[in-house]
Design a protein around this ligand. Structure first.
Ligand SMILES: C[S@@+](CC[C@H](N)C(=O)[O-])C[C@H]1O[C@@H](n2cnc3c(N)ncnc32)[C@H](O)[C@@H]1O
Length: 250
């Protein structure tokens, strides 16, 4: 698996960087020390500084910072297909994103005016850290309205769902899918592929259905089989992705 190293550019952030590295159980290096890492092209550096903490693959400037860019996504991004999947949910609907990742889809759900809150669950500690860090640093009013609906948890969603007694309206699942070539996969997805441990047996969909929400939405590559072999009520397909909709209780 690709390596992750925490790094800091200014000594002002040395303690924060070391604390984080300890929590993530990875190495911590100053910017100068990072330059000495051999084969650093295969390393993701998690940079700790004043603004949003970010990931950078290698040290070359050609690799752009990767982080949860909530403010940009709030104004410059929209996924009309995912918006369509929310049609028919009640006013004040409550959602769980069981595979939060960078939180881009969770933000899209939170942008729906009828959405009351979204619980984001992420199992990878480094990804959870990036989510929380960006969440804490949102300053603009538009984005704040959306992220104020977030509750972010670092745990395995299977455990969350197995214990859940809340009547959620929407459970969202976006498992990592293959089928998109490395060159075409968005940088955030490529990063997730390289840094996350994939758990093929998690049975998230079965656990989601068993917790009896109104609806479960699963994001798939358009050519993928149905998750866990379960046939949805219907699907909404785009050029690359397909959303499978399981309506349980309307
Ligand atoms: C394809 S990504 C999701 C991308 C996300 N929809 C977004 O908008 O950025 C899948 C994410 O789910 C996380 N994940 C996978 N299985 C999980 C589980 N059982 N519990 C919690 N998180 C999980 C992975 O660590 C990864 O960050």
């Amino acid at each position: 698996m690709t390596e992750l190293i925490v790094s800091y550019k200014s000594n002002n952030y040395k303690h924060e960087a070391f604390d984080l590295a300890q929590r993530l159980e990875v190495e911590c290096l100053s910017h100068e020390e990072s330059k000495e890492v051999e084969d650093h092209i295969n390393v993701y550096f998690l940079i700790v500084n004043k603004s949003n903490h970010y990931l950078r693959k290698g040290l070359s400037r050609k690799y752009k910072p990767i982080f949860c860019n909530f403010s940009d996504w709030a104004t410059n991004y929209s996924d009309p297909l995912l918006t369509k999947c929310l049609k028919g949910l009640p006013d004040g609907f409550r959602a769980v994103d069981t595979t939060a990742g960078f939180g881009k889809d969770a933000l899209q759900i939170a942008k729906d005016i009828r959405c009351k809150n979204v619980t984001l669950i992420e199992k990878e500690p480094w990804m959870f850290h990036l989510l929380k860090d960006s969440y804490n640093k949102v300053e603009d009013n538009v984005t704040s309205v959306y992220v104020n609906k977030f509750k972010i948890l670092n745990m395995d969603s299977k455990n969350f769902l197995d214990k859940n007694k809340e009547p959620y309206d929407l459970i969202y699942i976006d498992p990592m899918f293959s089928g998109v070539s490395k060159s075409k996969a968005k940088k955030t997805l490529q990063t997730l592929r390289e840094l996350t441990t994939q758990n093929k047996q998690s049975n998230l969909l079965g656990a989601a259905i068993a917790s009896l929400p109104r609806r479960v939405v699963v994001k798939r590559h358009k050519n993928s089989n149905h998750l866990e072999g379960r046939v949805p009520n219907y699907s909404i397909s785009g050029k690359v992705v397909r959303y499978d909709i399981y309506n349980l209780n309307s």
